[in-house]
Write a new protein. Structure first.
Length: 281
């Protein structure tokens, strides 16, 4: 008995016009949903799906991953713009060999940003040029990269902004602004003389953030001298009471980075001049 085998005819390939119409509809859907990066990547993703024989699920994941990556990059760029970082300093490029007194393990722990979850403050105390601002900016950059809203200012600028706000009737709005970021960095406390109302402004900012969000402060004066900095020992004591309740205090010491660079350049120049000096005839 002869067995007859029937071969199932392949399904007809979709027409080019139908494929083109479906493609345009899909791209239109992505654009309406404002998934612009998905829409732009659609041709290459579809080509890759065909070449690699990807499943519908894998193709969709690859397409959406492009949009997620682009969205995260835009959000990070926005957080960094808002942060107003004064330099490109990061924790990775801090010279621990030049400042052996800085606890690398502690800085690595702060770099995880876990201190922000407990509203812990960080005080960086030391003479000029030892890397306080570098570490503060590095912590701010890491916080922004991790997803936290961050803002960097100087003590003098904060006081001036609060003073203008008081004169213009925007005090409450300004206080809300400084209370908003998860991390507020106040740089250079004690470097410049502050006006009489600065103590009140700084205290209000610290008080509003107390046990809610974190502050990083850099200063060239020990906490015992903050009464002199602010011109009011009572306000200084109340502010320190809130800052130190939940805090990490780092005392930095050593030679200034700028002075070391200056001496290094002088030594290099001196060596070069000595090597090029011609003997007298």
């Amino acid at each position: 008995m002869t067995r007859t085998t029937t071969t199932k005819a392949p399904a007809p390939a979709p027409s080019t016009a139908a494929q083109a119409s479906l493609y345009q509809t899909l791209k239109s859907h992505l654009t309406v949903l404002r998934l612009y990066d998905c829409a732009e990547a659609l041709p290459s993703v579809l080509d890759a799906a065909t070449a690699e024989k990807l499943s519908v699920t894998a193709t969709l994941e690859r397409l959406l991953a492009i949009e997620v990556s682009a969205t995260e990059a835009r959000r990070l760029a926005g957080r960094l713009r808002f942060a107003c970082l004064p330099s490109p300093a990061s924790l990775e490029d801090f010279d621990y060999d030049a400042q052996p007194g800085v606890d690398r393990a502690l800085m690595n722990e702060l770099g995880t940003c876990r201190y922000l979850e407990t509203a812990t403050n960080v005080l960086l105390i030391g003479p000029p040029g030892v890397g306080k601002t570098h570490l503060a900016v590095g912590l701010a950059r890491r916080a922004a990269e991790t997803g936290y809203r961050t803002y960097v200012t100087t003590a003098a600028d904060l006081a001036a902004r609060c003073h203008r706000a008081a004169l213009e009737g925007r005090w409450a709005t300004t206080m809300r602004f400084f209370a908003g970021p998860t991390l507020l960095v106040i740089d250079e406390l004690g470097y410049l003389p502050l006006p009489a109302e600065a103590a009140s402004a700084l205290f209000q900012v610290v008080s509003q953030r107390y046990l809610k969000t974190s502050i990083v402060i850099t200063t060239n004066r020990g906490v015992a001298a903050w009464g002199d900095i602010l011109g009011d020992t009572t306000v200084a004591a109340a502010m320190l009471d809130r800052l130190l309740h939940r805090s990490v205090v780092l005392n930095l010491d050593g030679d200034s980075y700028r002075l070391r660079d200056h001496h290094a350049r002088n030594n290099t120049l001196r060596t070069t001049m000595t090597g090029n000096r011609q003997p007298l005839r």
